[in-house]
Structure formats: structure tokens, C-alpha cells
Ligand binder design. Structure first.
Ligand code: MG
Ligand code: MG
Length: 629
């Protein structure tokens, strides 16, 4: 698969963009005219710079309002074209994009447009250049690739071809089967973009909300499959207009783009015997069987506080590491590791982020192939020295520079605690609190990183995303998006914070970056758990009594149930599939907390309760006697 990206897709000055694009592994780049109009160098300099980065210029664009101009304007249009050709020759590229005319003075007529393109083809041929025609979804007369193809067909000129753009085709729900009958040599380049499904003006949607394939909701894979079936083996070029990307990290957006194309190519390769679109084979997306463990880094003092909370949650220390100050706590299938060792990555993570859940292990079917797939998709491998005889667990870097370990049952990886740890019999006075497994892991990230991690999880693991929801924090909006495995064995909520006045935003600012903000454990009986927690001295987050009157009325609950929930500070939600009960701890350190949930068929995460949880947390964090602001 030949990969390309338009310079307009990412932020930064042109040299910075090119550096990021080359580093991400792209083969080519589309140059937007504005990019070098703003750049202090001639087209020749730009061309040289692109080639010095080892990239090819795949396309120069845009050339607007060309076809179907009335006679009095037609000559001027061709003069404009000749000037674009001059620039292209200086740049050192042979393909220009003409997008369908949006001018109110332009005239319709397929044959008129075909005549214009035939003449343009003649002019381009004299210079050894090619012209690709793209139907804009909002073109005045031509807004469908099938009509653009008919014009190209009738122009019948070797130097005139078609440009397909997934956004323009899919946003208008045009039948992609129509692509399968286009000869591959007449498709000059294919542009790809996804987008979230939003019902809005096509032009505005396109200019602000496009995103990388796999990040949105359009059937870009099916589109690409149709293209691949023609035998097309040219460039697939990302053309993404997105306000966030324009403000985001240049390198990370470029890396996301490359990952999205490789992932797309992998899906197409699997679904069809398409040989033209070659992507190196890689293992399947890794099915996740569960959370193997979650590891906290802390200093001695914070660790003592954390362990205190774990004990009230009913966790017992079950093992100590043979050579490090690392301890394993367990309950049900939940394993938590507390790492206070002064050596290793945990300690450097502590130095930067303070006490945090900096690592997690995902239990997969085959850890080695999951690792190989992750690396094939551009994930950064993580390694640190281990003592002789200890298990070396494959790992990659995840959200906020944290670590994702990959373990399985088929190798010694599944037994690493038996190998690296010594079991201890401790905390026998602690009563377990019926917690059975990790229900979800909530990661807070900067808003502009949300799509990055969404693509990361869904491309490497067998996980899907659910629709984004807004959580109203009194300090602003927090966007929440869930990625989960089909069977719920791994559920991650990604919360994107736009400003630091929200609790999530505050968490990021205090932690110097993204990370796990809360961990939710599942219980089969939240009232039994609450009783046990009380006995253990657990301090729940105090929910306002007003909440219970509201929730009782909203759901028509039995007053007895409401009373019991109120007594234990339990929150309630319901969806079509069932009921949900939630209980929160107080925050710890810079805003980390635990949650306990009971799902009775319910599939969500209690988003409607978030506002009450946030208000309660803010109240709890306020110094005694301070009025609310
Ligand atoms: Mg386009
Ligand atoms: Mg939660």
C-alpha cells in the first residue's frame, strides 16, 4: 500500500509537517497550495525539501472552478491552469487535483465539461503532467463521482483521470459498487477520510470534522475494498480537515494517520483476496480475555495510604516480589500491584506523575502475536531490564506514556507471579468485599488525544467503540468515549478534558499528563459489598440527599430501595437492558478514585450520574467551611 497524506491534515510549519510525515512512515505527501504560499521559499525549494525527507509529492491541489465556465471566462480559466502547471513543474510533481466547480456562474452539461477537460489534457500533455478530477459533494453541477467519471470517460484523454475521495462519496451515501466498474488506470489517486456521523451541512462537516479512517463512522473499509477490486495500486492519501488536528501534536497526528492506513490495508487484505493492495501480513486483532493486573507506582508514604484504601476495599496482600519492593494484592479475579521500588520505570513514572496506575496487563490469547501486531501498527515497544530468572513480559507504551503488558495462559507469562513473586499470607483479618473483576478502567486524556487512543485500542485489540457522550462538569464539558471488547472483558472509558476547570482537566494538569483516573470493580451484590466496606472502614463519596428524591421520581423506584441506596451512597441508572448501581471512594493523591459497580444487564457507565459524582467530589475537595463557587 502506497501511503500519502495531505499537508493540510496536520499542524505546524511546512518543514515540521514534512519531518513528522516522513518519520511516521509515509511514502508521499500532497501539497496544498496554501502551505507553500505561507512558506518562505520557492516551489523549487519546497520540492527539494520534500525529496530530502525521502518523500514523493503525490498531488498538488487545489485547482478550483475550472470546468463549465461561460465563454467570456473560459480563457482566463485556462490561463490560471497554465500558472498552476508552472508551479507543479517547479515543485516536481505531475498530478494536479481539479475539484468540481462550485461557481454560481458555471454552466452544467457533461459534454461541455468533457470538452474543457480534453483541452486541459492537451495542455497538460505538452508538459508531461496529469489532471485528476474530483466530484465535491457540494459541487454546483457535479457532486457525484459517477458523473465525474462520465466526464473523464468522455474527455477520453490519457492525461485526464478521476480522483476518488471517500468523504465525498460516503457523505452522500453514493453506492460504492459504482467504483468497481472504473478501470484502474483512470483512477489517478484515491483520497481517504472518515468522519463522525453528524447531520449537518456537507461543506462544514467536511472542512471541520473529517478524521482518520477508523476514527469516524463512515464505511471507509468497504469503500477501499471497492477501490482495491479495480486493481488500483496507486497512492492512498489522507486528506483530513479537522480543527483538532490543526491544533494537535504534529507528530502524533501524523503517526495516527499512518496507523489508520496500515490498519485499513490490513482489513482490506483480510476481507478479500486483493493482491494489488499489499500490506505486510500481521497477526489478527488480539482478543482480550481480561485485565491481568493493574500496577501502581508510589513512594512509601503514598503507598501506605493506597494500601490502606485497598484494605478497606477488601484486598489482601498475597505475594511479594522476590527482588523488588513490589507487592501483589488480590480479590476475586482482580490483581493490583503496588510498586515502590526505587529502580526501574515505575519509579521514573512516579517522579513525573506522582502516585498513579501507570501500568496494566491485558490478558490475551497469545501475547507474542498481540505484541507483534501492536508494533506493526506503530506502537512503541517498552522494555526494561529484569533480573536473571524473572519473566520478561512483552509490553508497549500506552496512554500518557504508561505501560501495557501483554500476558497469556499459554506461556510462562501467565505464571509470572509464581515465578517472580513469593506468596505471603497477610491481612488475614481483612474481609473480602465480593469484588470479582475489573469492570472498567477510566483513562483521562487531553481532548485532542481521544481519537489517538481510540484508534490505538481498536486497531490493535478486538475492541469496538461506542458513541461519544458529553459529561457535564460544572467547570465545562468532558467528552467520554468507550472502547470495549465484545464480551465486556475489557472496558476502557476515555474521558477527554478540554479545560482544567473540569475535574478531568484538573487531573491532567496535576498529573502532568493523561492517565488512569479511576478503576471500577464489579460486584455481584452491591449492597453486600457496601456492608462489608463499612465494616472495613471504607470511606465512600458522600452523595447529596437530593439525588435520591430525583432518582426515585425519575425511574419510579421503590422508596425502600432508594432508602437503602441513600444509606450507602449508591447511585443508580437504568437502560433498555437493565439496571446499574455505583459506589465511589473518596479521591486519593491527585484525584484518583475507585468505583464499585453492579450491572444487572446494563451496558453503559452511568454517564447521567457523572454530574452528581463530580459535584460530590468537588464538595469533598473543598476545604471545610468554604462556600461553593
Ligand atoms: Mg479531496
Ligand atoms: Mg466509571
Amino acid at each position: 500500500m502506497k501511503t500519502s497524506i495531505a499537508t493540510v491534515s496536520i499542524s505546524g510549519e511546512l518543514p515540521e509537517k514534512l519531518e513528522a510525515i516522513a518519520r511516521a512512515g509515509f511514502d508521499g505527501v500532497e501539497i496544498f497550495e496554501n502551505d507553500f504560499l505561507a512558506f518562505d521559499g520557492s516551489p523549487k525549494d519546497v520540492g527539494k525539501m520534500v525529496r530530502d525527507f525521502g518523500l514523493e509529492i503525490t498531488l498538488f491541489q487545489p485547482f478550483r472552478d475550472f470546468e463549465g465556465m461561460p465563454a467570456n471566462l473560459r480563457q482566463r480559466t485556462f490561463d490560471r491552469a497554465e500558472r498552476k502547471f508552472d508551479v507543479m513543474q517547479e515543485l516536481g510533481t505531475d498530478l494536479v487535483l481539479v475539484c468540481s466547480n462550485v461557481s454560481p456562474v458555471s454552466l452544467g452539461g457533461i459534454d461541455r465539461a468533457a470538452d474543457d477537460f480534453r483541452e486541459l489534457g492537451e495542455r497538460a500533455a505538452k508538459r508531461g503532467l496529469k489532471v485528476g478530477y474530483e466530484a465535491l459533494a457540494w459541487g454546483r453541477h457535479i457532486n457525484d463521482h459517477r458523473d465525474a467519471w462520465e466526464i473523464v470517460r468522455r474527455a477520453n484523454h490519457n492525461n485526464i483521470g478521476l480522483i476518488l475521495d471517500s468523504f465525498h462519496t460516503l457523505s452522500r451515501k453514493i453506492d460504492i459498487n459504482s467504483i468497481r466498474s472504473i478501470p484502474k488506470d483512470k483512477i489517478f489517486i484515491v483520497q481517504l477520510a472518515d468522519a463522525p456521523l453528524i447531520d449537518m451541512d456537507l461543506l462544514y462537516w467536511s472542512r471541520h470534522f473529517r478524521n482518520m479512517p477508523g476514527e469516524g463512522d463512515l464505511p471507509v473499509t468497504a469503500f477501499t475494498m471497492a477501490v482495491a477490486e479495480t486493481g488500483y495500486d496507486g497512492y492512498f492519501s489522507l486528506e483530513i480537515f479537522n480543527d483538532q488536528f490543526r491544533g494537535g501534536s504534529t507528530r502524533s497526528i501524523a503517526a495516527d494517520g499512518h496507523r489508520s492506513l496500515i490498519y485499513l490495508g490490513d482489513q482490506v487484505r483480510r476481507n478479500d483476496n486483493v493482491t494489488a493492495l499489499t500490506v505486510a501480513p500481521m497477526p489478527d486483532r488480539a482478543p482480550v480475555k481480561g485485565v491481568g493486573f493493574i500496577e501502581f507506582s508510589a513512594d512509601e508514604k503514598d503507598a501506605a495510604d493506597l494500601i490502606g484504601i485497598l484494605k478497606t476495599l477488601g484486598f489482601r496482600k498475597v505475594a511479594s516480589h522476590r527482588t523488588k519492593k513490589v507487592y501483589l494484592y488480590a480479590q476475586g479475579d482482580i490483581r493490583l500491584i503496588v510498586n515502590t521500588d526505587e529502580r526501574g520505570f515505575a519509579n521514573s513514572s512516579f517522579a513525573v506523575h506522582g502516585t498513579s496506575a501507570y501500568a496494566m496487563a491485558l490478558s490475551v490469547v497469545d501475547a507474542r502475536s498481540a505484541f507483534d501486531r501492536a508494533v506493526a501498527l506503530g506502537a512503541e515497544p517498552f522494555e526494561q531490564p529484569v533480573e536473571e530468572g524473572e519473566v520478561r513480559i512483552p509490553a508497549i507504551r500506552g496512554v500518557g506514556g504508561g505501560v501495557i503488558y501483554l500476558i497469556d495462559d499459554t506461556s510462562e507469562l501467565g505464571r509470572f507471579t509464581d515465578i517472580d513473586f513469593l506468596s505471603v499470607e497477610d491481612d488475614l483479618d481483612i474481609e473480602p468485599a465480593h469484588l470479582v473483576r475489573v469492570d472498567h478502567i477510566a483513562q483521562t486524556v487531553a481532548f485532542d488525544e481521544m481519537l489517538t487512543w481510540l484508534l490505538f485500542y481498536t486497531s490493535i485489540f478486538e475492541m469496538r467503540k461506542t458513541p461519544m457522550v458529553d459529561i457535564i462538569d460544572p467547570g465545562g464539558v468532558v467528552r467520554s468515549q468507550v472502547v470495549e471488547s465484545t464480551d465486556g472483558a475489557l472496558r476502557i472509558t476515555l474521558n477527554g478534558a478540554e479545560n482544567r476547570r473540569t475535574l478531568a482537566g484538573h487531573f491532567i494538569a496535576e498529573k502532568f499528563g493523561s492517565g488512569v483516573q479511576h478503576l471500577a470493580f464489579h460486584t455481584e451484590d452491591i449492597f453486600a459489598t457496601a456492608k462489608m466496606l463499612r465494616r472495613n472502614g471504607f470511606k465512600p463519596l458522600q452523595i447529596s440527599p437530593n439525588y435520591y428524591g430525583d432518582v426515585e421520581a425519575r425511574f419510579g423506584l421503590d422508596p425502600d430501595l432508594t432508602e437503602r441506596m441513600k444509606a450507602e451512597n449508591i447511585l443508580y441508572d437504568r437502560d433498555e437492558q437493565g439496571e446499574y448501581f455505583q459506589l465511589y471512594s473518596m479521591t486519593f493523591g491527585e484525584g484518583f478514585f475507585f468505583e464499585i459497580v453492579e450491572r444487572r444487564g446494563y451496558a453503559g457507565y452511568g454517564a447521567p450520574n457523572a454530574i452528581f459524582r463530580i459535584a460530590a467530589l468537588k464538595k469533598a475537595l473543598r476545604p471545610e467551611g468554604m462556600p461553593a463557587r
